[in-house]
Design a binder for this molecule. Structure first.
Ligand SMILES: O=c1ccn([C@@H]2O[C@H](COP(=O)(O)O)[C@@H](O)[C@H]2O)c(=O)[nH]1
Length: 274
């Protein structure tokens, strides 16, 4: 983020984008799409975020393309966040941790998005694998979609919002990690949508106390921009990695146009979060 600006470019090969790029809605089309995005922004932005769903919809051939994208990302200075939003009971979570967070696994990028809605403790195998291998997690806390509120804004018997419980669990892990390693940001980040308005403040979620990176989807196609980024994150803004998929991908398939769109988005995010 220091070197390239606080932008993550989502690699979301929607059927409609494949069509707009003149590509077939097949695993081969997805491969050309994803590798074109990497060619354009690899080494130019802080992170890319392949959306697993759009690879999975092509079955095993699509998952093989996701593996290829993860491997190609390793050859760039750009981090790869695999957006698979995994979450399950602890024993099964161990399987997902092996798949996405263990050295040598073909699906292991630099970080994985995970869902804490089977309980933050259920993510322990993923937290353990991330810390052991130098990878990271982004835990869904306050998602960019309006439907997330019914779960994330609910309060428990002690009056603490569910999203705040999630943030506190991440903060506790990061405090323990940073007490040993030093540094500014721990390995357990949160997903906090740039579209959430004043929800974090209203719910009492202290984003600065998390001491982890804050992945902020919702920039671009979902309507958030520089003003929203600045307003949502306040004092925590330096930890924010703004994420945009369609807002950048719409500039393709020309590599130069994609690169320019990503640079503009990175500059805008950087100015908003400075
Ligand atoms: O709260 C969340 C968590 C993840 N996402 C993902 O980000 C991209 C957004 O794509 P855009 O085209 O920029 O809208 C997509 O992969 C989502 O699954 C999110 O939007 N909100």
């Amino acid at each position: 983020m220091s070197a390239h600006g606080p932008l993550c470019v989502g690699i979301d090969p929607h059927a409609s984008l494949l069509d707009a790029w003149g590509l077939p809605d097949t695993a081969a089309g997805v491969r050309t799409f994803a590798l074109t995005v990497l060619e354009a922004v690899g080494g130019q932005v802080a992170a890319v975020k392949p959306q697993s769903a759009f690879f999975e919809r092509h079955g095993s051939a699509g998952v093989a393309v996701l593996e290829e994208v993860v491997a190609a990302g390793r050859d760039t200075e750009t981090l790869v966040v695999v957006d698979a939003k995994r979450g399950d009971i602890g024993s099964t979570m161990g399987g997902y941790a092996d798949a996405y967070l263990r050295d040598g696994s073909p699906l292991a990028g630099d970080a994985l998005t995970v869902s804490p809605y089977l309980g933050s403790g259920s993510l322990a195998p993923a937290v353990e694998a991330a810390l052991a291998t130098g990878r990271g997690l982004f835990v869904l806390a306050l998602t960019s979609n309006p439907e997330g509120r019914e779960v994330q804004h609910a309060r428990d018997a002690e009056g603490v919002a569910v999203a705040d419980r999630v943030a506190r669990a991440a903060g506790a892990s990061n405090a323990a990690e940073l007490a040993t390693t030093g540094g500014d940001l721990g390995s357990i980040g949160l997903v906090v949508g740039a579209t959430i308005g004043d929800a974090a403040t209203r719910l009492g979620v202290d984003l600065s106390a998390v001491r982890g990176p804050l992945l902020a989807p919702g920039v671009g196609a979902q309507g958030a921009g520089a003003a929203e980024l600045a307003a949502v994150f306040g004092d925590a803004r330096r930890a924010v990695l703004a994420s945009s998929s369609r807002g950048v991908l719409g500039a393709g398939p020309d590599v130069g146009a994609l690169r320019d769109a990503a640079r503009r988005a990175a500059d805008e995010a950087g100015a908003a979060l400075r």
